[in-house]
Design a protein around this ligand. Sequence first.
Ligand SMILES: Cc1cc2nc3c(=O)[nH]c(=O)nc-3n(C[C@H](O)[C@H](O)[C@H](O)COP(=O)(O)O)c2cc1C
Length: 423
Amino acid sequence: MRRMSDQPAFRDSAPVEAAAVGASLDPTPATENGSPRRSYYAGRTLERARTIEDLRRMAHRRLPAFAVEYLEGGAEEEATLQRNLAALAGYRLLPRALVDASHRDQSISLFGRSTPLPFAIAPTGLNGVFWKDADVLLARAAARAGVPFIQSTMSNDRMEDVAAVPNLRHWWQLYVFGPKEIRDSLIARAERAQCEALVLTVDAQFYGDREWEQRRFAHPGRLTIGSVLDAALHPRWALTTLSGGMPSFANAIDWVPKDHRGFFESAFWIRANMDHALDWAEVARLRGLWPRKFLIKGVLDPRDMERAADIGADGVILSNHGGRQLDWTVSGLDMLPEARRRVGDRLTVLVDGGFRRGTDVLKALALGADAVLLGRATLYGLAAAGQEGAERAIDILREEIDRDLGLLGAPSVKAMSPDFLTR
Ligand SMILES: Cc1cc2nc3c(=O)[nH]c(=O)nc-3n(C[C@H](O)[C@H](O)[C@H](O)COP(=O)(O)O)c2cc1C
């Protein structure tokens, strides 16, 4: 775990207004800012994608509109979604001159294991709507890069199939729904599958309302005619995604009553059965059931991080769920300096939300994060071109971080500190 020996320069976590950071941060999927003479790459030649944003454009082109909404959308006004980008934009880098950077090192230590890159792949449910067997493909991309892959309870591939990917650091993300028997059984199954860590997500016991996504549906579970026609106009997506039929929630479906096992119906059943009474006492009980590393994902208040340490968690993930749950929250990055100050070295502190650039990752490390989670960044790659696309996303970030370390005069990510940042 990284030490933050000196006093972080940024005590103040006051929000930077989204409006102050310029139009280039507008994350609305349909917006195409800038001059028409200048455009991101949206073709099919993966090597021509130079940035995560290019992969995003390629994904938008391949996916039908309802899937783009699922991938991109945030809750309500999407103020939380915007905040994630604005918080990152609120920091500037302060490079050091004339530092020998002939060797650059972006490896970190994560739970006692050397990890070649300072990030992991975040849990995302329903990846099967982007590509067939998407979780296995993401897991392979993660294994190739040596970074952990966190598989969601709402994934469409069986836990055991992902666990079979060679050399994978496989973490299991748990959603708590239905009677206790379900969560206990999923934990036992993750233990049998040799998962390295259990990630308990606690910010989704109620489902955030992604209104733009809902507008693609005429009724719950029934797409509008326009959305169906639009999907029909995306045969490349249909061939690579639906060839085995509609995806199903492979790890949760057995718990869903037999008459609710249709695709949308099963999702609605799980949503309706999320445990609204989940509290610290139950989380402490789940901690006791799990013998390996235990992380809590979706905390933002530093008092909750202290509580997590008190119940014996090994780590927390500062996250607002990619802006998809409660609107108008702070971002994980906003709370990072205070979180680190409060928990010191008692917890591994990870953060997610809006990481699309090497410089974004370096900012989080400078503010005290042990590592970053990538949500949409790798999904854009996956949705653009399957496993190779996810690999491309990782390669782009690796190359950017390497170059940025050289430019910053900080040859190792381990040396990142608030000294490299200014507001
Ligand atoms: C399409 C999508 C599905 C998601 N599904 C889950 C999930 O099943 N479990 C979970 O803990 N978080 C889920 N998340 C949140 C991510 O784990 C992560 O917190 C978020 O994506 C980070 O923000 P970013 O996408 O801007 O990187 C999902 C995010 C997206 C974009």
